[in-house]
Ligand binder design. Structure first.
Ligand SMILES: *Cc1c(COP(=O)(O)O)cnc(C)c1O
Length: 357
């Protein structure tokens, strides 16, 4: 018998959806590939990559400096990761390590928080969102205090509910938790919301903000994310990474995408407009609840959601179904596609409702 690490056998395998869809709206990706002008620059840049060399400091620093300049902070405040996932996982590792190391996060929220807490041998403490998926700030802060948490997490706006929390809510949490508790604000969808906690960082050295290139910048393939935090925290978290953890291809890709990020503004606006249009349209269909969303997806509820999911699948449309996950029963999460793709799933949804009427 191999003697694996304690808890590993209980850890779920990440269930990648292996179906091939005609319309893929299940992972909150961008439905569009690189803007052609970005692709041209990138292909040219790849020609000068030293494939034989370990990633150079210059490639890491070039992207780091750009991000730092954009947020008017120093490169010492920035960490890059293989997706923000790597940074989040490391953060849990850095504050975990014992049964009494509590990590507090809302539920329902990003399902990986609970998994990373278990992997870090920390004590995961989920705090239930209210029935409308808003957050009771008092309840969250008390959970942090009562459990003497070392880390707490807010996903803003929240995946998979779509809920946006105000900057003053984030500040309320920061003001009321002990300064000995690290506070991660996961801003994976912030570009679709526009309200960021970045302005708070200078006043809260225990706060860290995680961002990603995977969603608004359509770069999920490259796995690039970053964090912004105090230099002291950045230094400590940075120690947990392996050498050369960022590969050159992803670094140069994200570097060019970030230089050309204005190219993405119309796309982000299109996604927001589509989200609003589809939310209104689905609300008109009897039997559906649409939760307010500040992201690139909608969470919808219908008492026969599994049957609707099957109808989508029969039409080659992939959305995210949550099975019996706590508080997400009969919910489907649909990432925004192009206008045409959205019209396609909307017509399947309407036909489904008519058949049941
Ligand atoms: C998608 C997502 C991430 C990060 O994705 P990466 O591709 O690893 O950068 C982080 N948090 C939430 C809530 C997400 O939905």
């Amino acid at each position: 018998m191999l003697k694996y690490r304690q808890g590993l056998a209980d850890r779920p395998s990440y269930d990648m959806d292996t179906n091939e869809y005609r319309i893929t709206l299940n992972a909150n990706e961008s439905t569009m590939n690189l803007p052609p002008i970005v692709e041209d620059r990138l292909m040219g840049r790849f020609a000068s990559v030293a494939f034989n060399r370990y990633p150079g400091a210059e490639d890491y620093l070039s992207l780091t400096r750009q991000i730092a300049a954009n947020f008017k902070v120093q490169p010492e405040n920035i960490l890059l990761g293989n997706g923000s996932s790597e940074i989040i996982e490391k953060l849990f590792y850095c504050f975990g390590g014992s049964k009494d190391a509590a990590i507090v996060y809302p539920q329902p929220s990003f399902s990986m928080y609970g998994i990373y807490a278990a992997a870090a041998e920390a004590k995961g403490v989920p705090v239930d969102l209210e029935p409308d998926y808003t957050l009771d700030l008092e309840k969250f802060v008390s959970a942090v205090i009562k459990n003497k948490a070392r880390l707490c997490v807010i996903c803003n706006p929240n995946n998979p509910t779509g809920t946006g929390f105000s900057v003053s809510d984030i500040q309320y949490i920061a003001d009321n938790i002990p300064t000995s508790c690290a506070f991660l604000v996961d801003e994976a969808y912030v570009e679709f919301y526009g309200q960021s906690a970045v302005s708070l960082l200078k006043d809260y050295p225990n706060m860290i903000i995680a961002r990603t290139f995977s969603k608004a910048y359509g770069l999920a393939s490259a796995r690039v994310g970053y964090s912004i935090a105090s230099a002291a925290m950045t230094d400590m978290i940075g120690r947990s990474f392996m050498p050369y953890h960022m590969n050159t291809l992803s670094l140069v890709t994200a570097d060019i995408v970030y230089q050309m990020r204005h190219e993405y503004v119309p796309r982000i606006q299109m996604v927001i407009a589509e989200r609003k249009r589809l939310a209104e349209a689905v609300k008109q269909v009897p039997g559906f609840t649409v939760y307010p969303s500040e992201t690139n997806f909608l969470l919808i509820h219908h008492e026969a959601a599994p049957a609707l999911n099957e109808a989508f699948e029969r039409q080659g449309i992939g959305v995210r179904s949550f099975g019996a996950a706590p508080r997400l029963t009969n919910c489907l999460r649909i990432s925004m596609g192009t206008r045409e793709e959205n019209d396609t799933w909307l017509s399947v949804l309407r036909a489904f409702a008519e058949e049941r009427a």
